[in-house]
Design a protein around this ligand. Structure first.
Ligand SMILES: CC(C)(COP(=O)(O)OP(=O)(O)OC[C@H]1O[C@@H](n2cnc3c(N)ncnc32)[C@H](O)[C@@H]1OP(=O)(O)O)[C@@H](O)C(=O)NCCC(=O)NCCS
Length: 233
């Protein structure tokens, strides 16, 4: 098994320059992304989001070819109490990106504390705008706030985009044939990780509320205009 450290120059393989740890990665305010916590009431929307992924994306997301029924089963089994799910909605309030932090009660590696697995999907039309990267950073914050020691991603070696995101955020990459594992040791939580997560959540809810009101207003306005009698010539 090959071991790669993000500081290695070999990261050129993904076009990645070594970067500072996540906490010190400042992002310009105009690239802010509203990330909402997803709960029980979003189950149907999560299902719809995943069913929109094509066969290749499903294979990359779940590691194997995945049927509609298997996706439904996965969504049905989501435990919103134990795990954390969050997502990004577009202006039409469609769920375009979903991240899943799956917590485990027992350690995956002997004599190590339990760790959390990260999984993510972004719809084709919303890719390469940094959503995957933002969701990963947010996941790190949430996992730290739950006193998690490490986070890992199970990806296929061919998944350049996912491995790039992981490496750029300081994860250690391990390869074993077609499989890759990305491991990230998480620093302890701080006041700033708690405040940061709370701010992201509140701002995203506010953003969603405004977008929803705007949509309702637009629909109402269109109905009113459609009902107006056309002036006779
Ligand atoms: C992986 C995935 C989540 C990335 O989402 P995204 O929103 O496009 O990610 P970002 O915009 O943050 O881009 C990540 C980086 O990867 C790069 N990238 C995109 N596709 C790539 C590819 N095929 N090979 C290498 N790098 C790629 C992007 O250019 C970007 O780098 P940059 O910021 O230096 O330009 C998305 O492609 C996806 O949903 N894939 C299917 C499901 C999946 O693979 N999930 C991950 C397994 S859990």
């Amino acid at each position: 098994m090959e071991h790669l450290n993000p500081s290695d120059t070999d990261l050129g393989r993904f076009g990645v320059e070594p970067e500072p740890p996540p906490e010190s990665r400042a992002r310009p305010w105009h690239r802010w992304v509203p990330i909402r916590k997803l709960g029980e009431r979003h189950r149907r929307r999560i299902e719809r989001h995943l069913l929109q992924l094509g066969p290749e994306d499903r294979r990359l997301r779940f590691g194997v070819a995945t049927t509609n029924d298997q996706i439904r089963l996965y969504v049905h089994s989501l435990d919103f109490e134990r795990d954390e799910l969050f997502g990004v909605f577009d202006r039409r309030l469609h769920l375009v990106a979903v991240a899943h932090l799956a917590y485990s009660a027992s350690p995956q590696r002997a004599d190590r504390p339990a760790i959390v697995e990260f999984g993510v999907s972004v719809l084709e039309r919303a890719r390469r705008r940094g959503l995957g990267d933002r969701l990963f950073s947010h996941a790190v914050l949430r996992a730290r706030n739950r006193h998690t020691d490490s986070l890992f991603i199970h990806a296929l070696t061919e998944n350049g985009a996912m491995l790039k995101i992981a490496a750029r955020n300081g994860a250690l990459l391990e390869y074993s044939g077609p499989d890759a594992m990305a491991w990230l040791r998480l620093p302890s939580d701080t006041v700033s990780t708690h405040v940061g997560a709370a701010l992201v959540g509140t701002a995203a809810e506010l953003n969603y509320g405004i977008a929803r009101q705007l949509r309702l207003l637009t629909t109402w306005f269109k109905r009113v205009v459609a009902r107006r009698p056309t002036p006779s010539a």
